[in-house]
Structures are given as structure tokens and as C-alpha cells.
Design a protein around this ligand. Sequence first.
Ligand SMILES: N[C@@H](CCC(=O)N[C@@H](CS)C(=O)NCC(=O)O)C(=O)O
Length: 196
Amino acid sequence: MRVRWALEEVGQPYDVRLVSFREMKEPAHRRLHPFGQIPTYEEGDLALFETGAIVFHIAQRHAGLLPDEANARARAIAWMFAALNTVEPPILDREIATLVERDKTWYAARLPILEDRVRARLGNLSSRLGDADWLDDAFSAGDLLMVTVLRRLNGSDMLEKYPNLSAYVARGEARPAYKRAFDAQWAVFTGKPPTG
Ligand SMILES: N[C@@H](CCC(=O)N[C@@H](CS)C(=O)NCC(=O)O)C(=O)O
């Protein structure tokens, strides 16, 4: 979704090549991705892995995801790193625990600890965002990544406690480029566009 959304934001046409979990671990795919994961990205002679690097590459090559002014650009890049490096890890830790550690004896004791760490990040992010639309003036690749990171909390009630963050995610999801990316991604799993 992150790569699709970035490509839709800059208006760059793309083809998608789906790989199965088995294919991800085979040598042909590992040549593109050393850790045998998705997504990967190919453009001419260039092959890239890591979502953040791919989105950054797209944002550097095309207008629309990073400001032109040098300092504003640097701040937008800082938000990209913050999304992936500071906000996503505790969210991911919680998500993994809820998915694969539920049957462990220590799960009930560990979950509140993990949720406190998520709340600490959400509280700080909420304070910084305040009543702004985006993290640093205009929408950027930093917002694109942050919105997709926060969306990982869907299905929990954690984000709803921060109305400005919920509204921020909704603003991201309302962007036409997001909708095009979401519909295309949805169709991969269902074979048809979303209803409603
Ligand atoms: N840091 C990587 C994470 C990639 C990742 O976790 N990919 C998942 C799918 S979203 C995956 O390939 N999982 C299968 C596996 O790890 O075997 C990135 O942002 O690209």
C-alpha cells in the first residue's frame, strides 16, 4: 500500500508483480530482497527493497511528495524516519504480540506494557500535530508513511483516544491517490473493487 500510494500521489504508472510466500524465499526473489520479503521495486536497472527507501526514491524522482525548499525537505525526510523508526516499532511490537503471543502465559502481563509504549508515541505525536492538517505544512512522504503506520492500529481502540490523530489518518485516507491505491490493493485480494 505504501509504495502504491506514493506512485499514485506522483502520478507514476506502475505494474504489480505478486509473489507467493514460497517465491519470496527463493533465490530469484532473494536477489531483489536479501531478507526474502516484500515489497521490492524495479525501475530500469535499479532494484530496491525496504518500503521507506522505495518511497524516498519515488519522492526524490517526482514532484509531489517532498517540498522543494531544502529545510522543509529535510524536515519531511525526518518525519519519514520518525514514522518508520520511532512510531512504527512499538506499534509493530504490539501487533505481533496480539497476533502470535496470545497463548503465552505472560501475554496478559506484557500487553499493557506494549500498549503504554504505543500510547507514549501517540501522545507525543498528537501534541506535535495539534490542529494542523499535516505534520509539517504541506502533505509529504512523511505523512504518507505516518498515516500508514498509524493505520496498523485499526481494530484496536488506541487511535480513537487521540481525535486529532484519527482525523489525520482519515485525511490521508480521503486523498484521491490513497483511494486509488487502496482500491487496487483491495482488488488483488477480492478480484473486485470495494463496495462503499
Ligand atoms: N522493513 C521492511 C518490512 C517488510 C515486511 O515486513 N514485509 C512483510 C509483508 S508487509 C513480509 O514480507 N513478510 C513475509 C516474511 O517476512 O516472510 C519494509 O518496510 O519493507
